[in-house]
Write a protein that binds this ligand. Structure first.
Ligand code: CA
Length: 222
């Protein structure tokens, strides 16, 4: 059974989330402030966190920053803030997904499942090697020659999909569907993750590159 921590100060949202998630088989933990959310994160075994941004004590982004210093646990931001700047800031800090209020409960449940799927299977895949680059699923690492990067989960999955199909075009639709699980109306998150992966590659001489085919997709070139 999956345990969801909801960090949210608005009681009506908390109740609605509990009513949505408990019948789906989730165990629900709640925290009405950022500090209580962090305390729950430290003391409870969790599978995923739903995090509000506007909290009464510390901001949701500060909570996320602290969590990312210690853990790769999936975090979905659930916020009334819907500007591109807010979404990009949260993804840059390592949020796995972003849902704006009001949201549909079916979509929320689908996103929770998509973001916990890989974690819960616990499968150990083999190391994938393309040219000088090796991807290790058991450690979420990518090794390019002598340099190793620990990747956040979504970035890892992106690298994996591109490497598995190296030399071929991987469409934006396929990446969004496979990595984010459902139709993601706003695909800025994909661009953001590609940019982060490229920035890592740029640090290594002779590293592979990711070519953009505008409006179509990406290609991993060793
Ligand atoms: Ca709030």
């Amino acid at each position: 059974m999956l345990t969801v921590l909801i960090v949210e100060d608005e009681p009506s949202y908390l109740d609605a989330l509990r009513i949505t998630l408990e019948p789906e088989g989730f165990t629900v933990e709640t925290a009405p402030t950022g500090r209580e959310g962090l305390a729950a994160f430290e003391t409870t075994r969790l599978d995923i966190i739903l995090l509000d941004l506007m909290l009464p004590d510390i901001s949701g982004l500060d909570v996320l920053r602290t969590i990312r210093r210690h853990s790769d646990l999936p975090v979905i931001i659930v916020s009334a803030k819907s500007s591109e700047a807010d979404i990009v800031a949260a993804l840059e800090l390592g949020a796995d997904d972003y849902l704006t209020k009001p949201y549909s409960s079916r979509e929320l449940v689908a996103r929770i499942r998509a973001n916990t799927r890989r974690m819960s299977t616990g499968e150990v895949d083999e190391v994938l090697v393309v040219g000088d680059t090796a991807l290790d699923p058991s450690r979420y690492e990518i090794r390019i020659r002598e340099t190793t990067f620990q990747l956040p989960r979504k970035e890892f999955e992106l690298a994996q999909m591109l490497m598995e199909r190296h030399g071929r075009i991987v469409t934006r639709e396929l990446l969004l569907e496979q990595i984010w699980g459902i139709d993601w109306g706003d695909s800025k998150t994909l661009d953001q993750h590609v940019r982060r992966l490229r920035r890592r590659f740029e640090q290594v001489e002779g590293a592979p590159s990711i070519a953009t085919l505008r409006g179509i997709g990406y290609r991993f070139e060793a």
